[in-house]
Design a protein around this ligand. Structure first.
Ligand code: NAP
Length: 291
């Protein structure tokens, strides 16, 4: 099976390309500015639609895993046209090309398609994004549903993993506490933190079994940022007193954030062999791997 991955140097994409390279010799890694560490690199600037079409025509993939996106939530709020172009219009181009080849299309989406009024959302719950990033990703979902011939939309939440340049939340917590710096962490924002290697295995299972439909692929625990920071500090015996509880309203974000964007992962738990990790097992694996 031949795979083409966009966003292959990103936090999630890098892990997916690394893991895919262990099961397939035909992994093509679409990239923008940062060169991928795994797979055969192929330039795929998401605002250059001709380049996207050419790349797909050249590779002729069986499966496209579309992970490339403008992920900076505040930047999306400020640069709306660019965000829509990268997150929705490029997805439209890719989904159409996939349909021509009858390639299976996996689109990684986000918990930010929900408004956060209520957590533990199921795949059947209504979407209502509160920020522009969420709106662009939801538009991307609609393009995939309407245009790809065979697809899976996998929504994830607060990914954390090991990456040479991208510091996910646990790194930030550990680094600051070790340097004896006080950090403000919100107590009233809840998500389903997702350990990237676990997500990668779930995505690869979806891609290889060609599981069709909408699915929540996230961690199995709903937790606040503050509780997660406390758990990390406890696990490695760091000083919790350096954590200062703050509220979402105190943070000077440009875009609104959903208050509770935790995801119900019971569908993934039932149908996948690779099960969503709890926060305990995700963090234990993270801490073991960062050494
Ligand atoms: N991070 C989160 O909190 C989160 C939560 C839920 C869902 N997701 C979704 O998960 C997917 C992967 O996210 P991630 O966490 O791995 O994000 P990431 O680390 O920010 O990686 C994003 C990737 O997209 C690429 N990209 C950005 N703009 C591009 C452009 N114009 N043309 C081509 N490539 C471009 C980046 O390449 P360059 O660096 O070279 O520009 C990078 O490889 C995304 O679809 C995202 O919406 C993320």
């Amino acid at each position: 099976m031949k795979f083409l991955v966009t966003g292959s140097a990103g936090l999630i994409g890098r892990q997916v390309c690394k893991d895919l390279s262990e099961v397939s010799s035909e992994v093509y890694s679409g990239y923008n500015e940062s060169k991928p560490d795994y797979g055969v690199p192929i330039k795929m600037q998401l605002t250059n639609f001709e380049e996207l079409k050419d790349a797909i025509a050249k590779v002729q993939p069986d499966v496209i895993l579309h992970l490339g996106a403008m992920t900076n939530v505040d930047l999306c709020e400020k640069e709306k046209d660019l965000a829509m172009k990268i997150n929705a219009e490029a997805t439209e181009v890719l989904a159409k090309q996939a349909a021509k080849l009858k390639a299976f299309f996996v689109y990684v989406s986000t918990d930010y398609v929900f408004d956060g009024q209520k957590g533990m959302r199921k795949e059947t719950d209504p979407t209502n994004p509160v920020d522009f990033y969420g709106k662009t990703k939801l538009e991307g979902e609609k393009k995939v549903m309407n245009l790809a011939s065979s697809w899976c939309i996998a929504r994830t939440s607060t990914p954390y993993g090991i990456h040479p340049t991208k510091k996910s939340f646990p790194f930030w917590v550990i680094e600051n506490i070790k340097e004896k710096k006080k950090i403000n962490v919100v107590v009233d924002q809840f998500t389903s933190p997702t350990f990237v290697p676990n997500l990668s295995q779930m995505l690869i299972e979806i891609a290889t079994r060609q599981i069709v439909g909408l699915i929540h692929l996230a961690g199995a625990s709903r937790i606040s940022r503050y509780e997660m920071a406390e758990l990390i500090a406890n696990k490695i015996h760091l000083d919790k007193m350096l954590l200062t509880a703050s509220k979402m309203d105190d943070v000077k974000w440009v875009a609104l954030r959903p208050r509770d964007s935790s995801l119900d992962v019971s569908k993934a738990f039932t149908i996948l062999n690779e099960k969503p990790f709890t926060i305990e097992s995700g963090l234990d694996n993270f801490l073991k791997n960062m050494k």
